[in-house]
Design a protein around this ligand. Structure first.
Ligand code: HEC
Ligand code: HEC
Length: 111
């Protein structure tokens, strides 16, 4: 009994990753089977703004709502990047880091 519990705790992150990845591949089909995107009207400014952005930039539900159930399982960085769930500011930071990395790799180029 106790062992099964410990196993479950260990597997939890992997299970959550798997479900998130599947939702990403299917454009959150499971969510859409119950929720109609155009019918969702978050009551607060942040939710309204984020749902506007989601429609405009075609960001899928799970990109932002990955914490709905598995709150404690932190998303992997590559999930955040692939899902476009990062804020514009966070994305800019990552791009800047990548550019710096590239510049380091070919220092002789351009001068
Ligand atoms: C089986 C139907 C069903 C599925 C599948 C489903 N939801 Fe829901 N969801 C509901 C219902 C019912 C509510 C509660 C009533 C409401 O707020 O509309 C709800 C509430 C929510 C809320 C508000 C929760 C809160 O704390 O106020 C969010 C956010 C949400 N769902 C997102 C999602 C996302 C993202 C997915 C896919 C990962 C999903 N739902 C899948 C039926 C579903
Ligand atoms: C770009 C980020 C983002 C995306 C993509 C997104 N949401 Fe949300 N959503 C939010 C935020 C932020 C809120 C408001 C805070 C909260 O309730 O968590 C919200 C609120 C909600 C709510 C609660 C609305 C209420 O009654 O207050 C539901 C339900 C919901 N989202 C479902 C969905 C579903 C289904 C999808 C995909 C079709 C989706 N969201 C895509 C960010 C997003």
């Amino acid at each position: 009994m106790k062992r099964a519990f410990i196993l479950l705790i260990r597997l939890r992150p992997r299970l959550a990753y798997g479900v998130r990845d599947r939702l990403l591949r299917t454009d959150s089909a499971n969510c859409r089977s119950c929720h109609d995107e155009s019918g969702i009207e978050p009551g607060f400014t942040r939710g309204k703004r984020e749902h506007e952005r989601a429609k405009k930039e075609k960001i899928t539900c799970i990109a932002c709502h990955y914490n709905l159930v598995h709150k404690k399982v932190r998303p992997r960085e590559d999930f955040l990047v692939r899902s476009k769930g990062l804020s514009p500011k966070e994305r800019q930071l990552i791009e800047e880091q990548e550019q710096k990395q590239e510049q380091k790799q070919k220092p002789e180029q351009g001068g």
